[in-house]
Every structure is written in C-alpha cells, then in structure tokens.
Design a binder for this molecule. Structure first.
Ligand code: PRP
Ligand code: ZN
Length: 192
C-alpha cells in the first residue's frame, strides 16, 4: 500500500519561517528540522515540508512541485503579476507576518508627492508591482531592480526613491527615508 504524501513549501529561514513553523506547531504538527535539510517530515500526518527561499515558493506551488505553500503576499503578488498563466491561488490569509510594500523617499528631498515620482529612478525588488502602481497613476519612472539592500540606493545616488517592504519602519528610519505611499498591504498566505 502506498500513502500519498502532500508537500508544503515553507521559508527556510527568516521572519516568515518562524511564524510558519509556529502555525504548524499550534496545529499539533511537529516538523523534525535541521538547517541544511531541504526535506522534513511531519510526524502526525503524511506531509513533507520543503524548506526553500521564500521567493521560490510561488513557483514551486504554481508548477506543482508542492501542493501547498506559505508565503508572503508581497512575494506571491509580485510573481503573479509578473507571470503569464500563473495558476496558484490563495487558500487562506493567515494574518501573521504583516508588512507593507511602500514607496519611500529621502527626508527633505525633492520628491514630496506621488506625482513628483515622474521622471525619477526607483530601486526595488518588486518591479512588477511597482510598474502596475506607476501605470495606474499614469506615472513614467525608471525602475532599478535590486535583490537586497534596496534602502541604500538613494544614499548611493543611484535612485531617487525606493519601493520596498516595511515592517517596523526601523530600516527606513536608519536610512533617512520616509514613506510616501503604500502600494500593497501584505500578510502570510496559504497558497495551493
Ligand atoms: C526587509 C526589507 C527591509 C526590512 C524592513 O528586508 O527589505 O530592508 O525588511 O523591515 P523593518 O521595517 O522592520 O526595518 P529583509 O529582512 O527581508 O532582508 P533583505 O532586504 O535582504 O531581503
Ligand atoms: Zn527582504
């Protein structure tokens, strides 16, 4: 007899990872886990946990490598917006790992309003969501794609603004940036 096992993709390490594992634990599911392990088994049910980078989770679920995933709405929405025929869907909004995708600008800089973004360069790891926002506001701006440390771009004078995730706001404050507008409110999602 073969038992069919379900695969769920979770973030390997990071803020979402802790919250995701806590959810499973609160459900009475125990994940035997070690850092360098890709696969873990859940003791109580025929579920395998795949520990990966959060950016890979939407693709893994969309392509059927995993049946389920827990991923931030920010990452999921970016992939969905940028992928043709994307078929992964949201099962449930989980309420944790709340943050927002925000456009931020230097304190006391030239950009005072959303309209002032016209003609600027905006650094981001979320080019598709940013582009959709700019189009809906009829703004033409340049996008500089960076995979991390986006907040340093204005100081390096390689961008006039950033579009990045804000949780506590500490990163913005530390880099003398202020929020101009929020383009997406995000939380953890269970996707299939
Ligand atoms: C995210 C985001 C900001 C920071 C915001 O980075 O890119 O840098 O968190 O959080 P805060 O408002 O609480 O300061 P993350 O930790 O995911 O690292 P990364 O930028 O290298 O992806
Ligand atoms: Zn990040």
């Amino acid at each position: 007899m073969t038992t069919e096992r379900i695969r769920i993709a979770l973030q390997k390490s990071g803020r979402l990872a802790e919250d995701s594992l806590k959810l499973l634990k609160d459900c009475g599911l125990h994940v035997a886990r070690s850092k360098d392990q890709l696969f873990c088994r859940i003791k109580e049910l025929p579920i395998d946990v795949l520990l990966v980078r959060d950016d890979d989770i939407p693709n893994f679920v969309d392509s059927g490598i995993c049946e389920l995933g827990i991923v931030g709405e920010n990452v999921f929405a970016e992939m969905k917006t940028g992928t043709e025929n994307f078929s992964a869907t949201v099962v449930e909004r989980l309420g944790f790992s709340q943050c927002r995708l925000t456009i931020a600008v230097p304190e006391n800089g030239a950009v005072k309003s959303v309209a002032d973004l016209a003609g600027t360069t905006i650094a981001t790891s979320y080019p598709h969501l940013l582009q959709a926002f700019l189009i809906s506001h009829k703004i033409t701006a340049k996008t500089l794609v960076m995979m991390g440390s986006v907040e340093v771009a204005p100081r390096l004078k390689i961008a006039d603004a950033i579009c990045d995730i804000v949780a506590s706001g500490a990163t913005l404050t530390a880099n003398n940036l202020r929020e101009l507008t929020t383009i997406l409110n995000s939380q953890a999602l269970l996707v299939r």
